[in-house]
Design a protein around this ligand. Structure first.
Ligand SMILES: [Zn+2]
Length: 59
């Protein structure tokens, strides 16, 4: 089952969603999105935790 990340799940008013077969494949893509869409060039450890905590396994 793919893992899904949605910006909305961590409180952004943003329609970005990304799916990956492996949980570890989400983070690199999210970093790129955060950079161009939210001007986040370095994620804080708190934010990384928040992002990782929001991943959902799609049923
Ligand atoms: Zn976003």
């Amino acid at each position: 089952m793919p893992y899904v990340y949605k910006c909305r799940d961590i409180g952004y008013d943003c329609s970005f969603e990304f799916k990956a077969q492996m949980e570890k494949d989400l983070m690199p893509r999210i970093r790129i999105h955060a950079r161009y869409a939210h001007n986040i060039f370095e994620m804080s450890p708190e934010m990384e935790k928040k992002v990782q905590g929001s991943f959902k396994e799609e049923k």
